[in-house]
Write a protein of this length. Structure first.
Length: 79
């Protein structure tokens, strides 16, 4: 397992910012739940972590290594 860190993660579609600077660290063995109403960005956030959606700003780190530019299959994670 690995530590997942999100540092000021942002996502914009054109001029509309849909993810507004999310920061968190999830340690090995931790379990989290992301909840919110439809359209609030839950799936977009997970897609950015998985590498299926580009990150507009901020960093995704797995075990301290920046993975923003890595392809999904090279991130060595599963959800």
């Amino acid at each position: 397992m690995a530590t997942l860190s999100l540092d000021n993660l942002k996502k914009s579609f054109g001029k509309v910012e849909v993810i507004h600077g999310v920061s968190m660290e999830i340690e090995d063995g931790e379990f989290i739940v992301i909840v919110g109403p439809s359209g609030c960005g839950k799936s977009t956030l997970l897609r950015m972590v998985a590498g299926l959606e580009t990150v507009s700003a901020g960093e995704v780190r797995i075990d301290g290594a920046r993975v923003n530019e890595k392809e999904p299959m090279d991130r060595d994670i599963a959800m």
